[in-house]
Design a protein around this ligand. Structure first.
Ligand code: ADE
Length: 215
């Protein structure tokens, strides 16, 4: 599942250029049971299975014995909501250990004693933390300096100033009577920059008033 996402495009280039090393680990490899189970029924009853403390903690401890981690992150819908500022903070860390939950959740003792940060990618429930981990990894890796060809392009992303990106156009200058705004063809860099900023502000006010108020 991860290999597909991590072996294309920017994430692939980031790894091949040595900007990031991504290691995948399967918790089942730390299971002591012959069926390689890592989940069990919840104490007190209830629907779904719970990831067991022992294999998860053994995995975390083995990895921590080899590498010093800045954060041990657990992906969960009840974590803090991922935003650009969190991605920026994490992108300047050296080593991150990311744990994906599955089933109904993980034994609470893992969360209270071994996890340093819990992150959600949105107010909806996924079947597991894997997709969330890929989203988080992509958001972090693409802004590591040197990963994008044009380093300024990450800085001009939507959200970097709590502003959405302005509209963009490419050739032709006219398509079925639909024209590119004259200002973009004017060659006046100062006026173009001003127009882009105004467009960003207008777009943010219209589409994401909450984001705009936070600036
Ligand atoms: N696991 C399941 N749903 C999730 C979400 N929304 N964010 C992060 N991890 C999750």
């Amino acid at each position: 599942m991860f290999k597909g996402a991590f072996s294309h495009s920017i994430l692939k280039r980031a790894q091949s250029k040595g900007h990031v090393v991504i290691n995948l680990h399967n918790i089942r490899d730390w299971s002591k049971n012959k069926h390689k189970n890592v989940d069990d029924y919840p104490y007190g009853g209830g629907a779904g299975m719970v990831m067991m403390v022992e294999p998860v903690v053994n995995c975390i401890e083995e990895l921590k014995a080899m590498t010093s981690y800045d954060e041990v992150i657990y992906l969960s819908p009840d974590g803090e909501l991922l935003n650009q500022s969190i991605a920026n903070q994490l992108s300047i860390k050296q080593n991150l250990l990311i744990l994906c939950g599955h089933y109904k959740g993980i034994d609470e003792r893992i969360r209270t004693h071994f996890i340093t940060r819990e992150i959600s990618i949105g107010d909806y429930v996924l079947s597991g933390g894997e997709l969330a981990a890929m989203v988080l990894t992509d958001a972090i890796v693409r802004i590591i300096p040197g990963v994008l060809n044009d380093e300024t392009s990450a800085l001009s992303d939507s959200f970097q100033d709590n502003l959405l990106s302005p509209p963009v156009y490419t050739r032709p200058a006219e398509f079925r009577g639909l024209k590119v705004p004259d200002i973009l063809l004017s060659g006046n860099d100062k006026e173009i920059a001003k127009w882009k900023y105004e467009q960003s502000v207008e777009r943010t006010r219209e589409r994401r008033p909450g984001l705009y108020r936070d600036t």
